[in-house]
Ligand binder design. Structure first.
Ligand SMILES: Nc1ncnc2c1ncn2[C@@H]1O[C@H](COP(=O)(O)OP(=O)(O)O)[C@@H](O)[C@H]1O
Ligand SMILES: [Mg+2]
Length: 347
């Protein structure tokens, strides 16, 4: 593997996967805040992602999951005001020069989105699109690029890869196009892949296959993964640690097993209760009543207050600070010291 600086210098990815280096931060986010026209979409986001780690980010639509990573990679429109710090192996990305960000995006950090059809160019053959990424990020051209594009298509599980290089996106299924997007993401040999709702547009069987593929790639390359999903079930299967977002803030962060055993924030409890049980009788899903507030219409104090069954007067006094509840477990709720009992049939 070529050297790119940072912690990965000189270590082939396979070896990296076996070393216990997850405590080394690959990405360090501190007090990241984003506002659009004065309305706060994101506030006080602080987060570490270790090398090779898989972190899930969950929360309902509009909670700030995508904006976190669009801000981190300099992909928000100019009207967005971004404050705070995002460091990739020590290098500051907030306010970085466009040339720096161009190198990071698709190179050290790749991103895939929900709808592969809108990310792929419909008029170019998929081989050409993978080769373009190889030229940009690894300076490969001609036969070498062609051979590597074929290897990547193979790696992401597209049958008959050599022939498929000449297909147009519309000739492939949604699941196959998502595999092509993953191949393009891998073309730059990223240290981190941010997958934003990568399986939301796919049916359940294909969804499971894509998640399995992401796991396989992590095992093979030692790449870190941020998996964004509104579905806690998807994150629980794929990630080691999960970060629950609500109304532009992180309300709880915990190792996956710990979150399932004892979610501390009523919002996390609500998300867990809304999961279908894996075993036992089917029961109606307990959706959380109400909606995520809009950035320009935030309630006073805890933003979850109006939807919270445990809401009391003190919750309106201010935004609750995050409390440490154990190793790697924190929650921003005044009740967090005494996690409420919830029925965990699916855990
Ligand atoms: N380009 C934008 N202009 C204005 N508001 C935006 C823009 N992008 C996102 N937002 C707002 O920021 C908030 C967080 O959005 P987002 O990160 O997309 O949510 P999620 O990914 O969790 O569904 C939402 O209230 C959304 O309306
Ligand atoms: Mg989103």
């Amino acid at each position: 593997m070529e050297s790119r600086g940072g912690f990965r210098d000189g270590l082939p990815p396979r070896q990296l996967g076996r070393l216990s280096v997850r405590d080394l931060p690959l990405v360090t986010i501190r007090d990241l805040a984003v506002s659009f026209d004065g309305a706060p979409a994101l506030n006080g986001i602080s987060l570490n992602i270790g090398m090779g780690e898989a972190l899930g980010m969950v929360g309902e639509s509009g909670c700030g999951k995508s904006v976190t990573w669009l801000a981190a990679l300099g992909l928000l429109p100019a009207k967005a005001r971004v404050l705070g710090s995002v460091k990739l192996a020590g290098q500051e990305l907030v306010g970085a020069r466009p040339e720096t960000l161009d190198k990071v995006r698709g190179g050290r950090v790749a991103m895939i989105f929900q709808d592969p059809a809108s990310s792929l160019n419909p008029v170019h053959r998929i081989g050409r699109q993978i080769e373009e990424a190889l030229r940009l990020h690894r300076n490969l051209r001609g036969a070498a690029a062609r051979a590597e594009a074929k290897r990547l298509l193979d790696q992401v599980g597209i049958p008959d890869a050599g022939r498929r290089l000449d297909a147009f996106p519309h000739e492939l299924s949604g699941g196959q196009n998502q595999r092509v997007m993953i191949a393009i993401a891998l073309a730059g040999q990223p240290e981190l892949l941010v997958a934003d709702e990568p399986t939301t547009a796919l049916d359940v069987t294909i969804q499971a296959q894509i998640l399995e593929l992401l796991q396989e790639i992590r095992r093979d390359t030692g790449m870190a993964l941020v998996l964004i999903s509104h579905d806690l079930g998807v994150v629980a299967e794929t990630c080691e640690r999960v970060c629950v977002m609500y109304a532009g803030r992180i309300v709880e962060e915990a190792p996956v097993a710990r979150l399932f055993e004892g979610p501390a924030h009523p919002y996390a409890q609500g998300l867990l209760n809304a999961l279908p049980p894996i075993t036992g009788p089917r029961r109606p899903l307990a959706a959380i009543p109400g909606n995520v507030p809009e950035p320009w219409n935030m309630p006073r104090g805890c933003a979850f207050g109006p939807r919270c069954a445990h809401h009391h007067a003190a919750c309106d006094a201010g935004i609750p600070a995050a409390r440490q509840l154990g190793a790697g477990h924190r929650a921003a709720c005044l009740l967090a010291a005494q996690p409420a009992q919830v029925v965990m049939e699916h855990a």
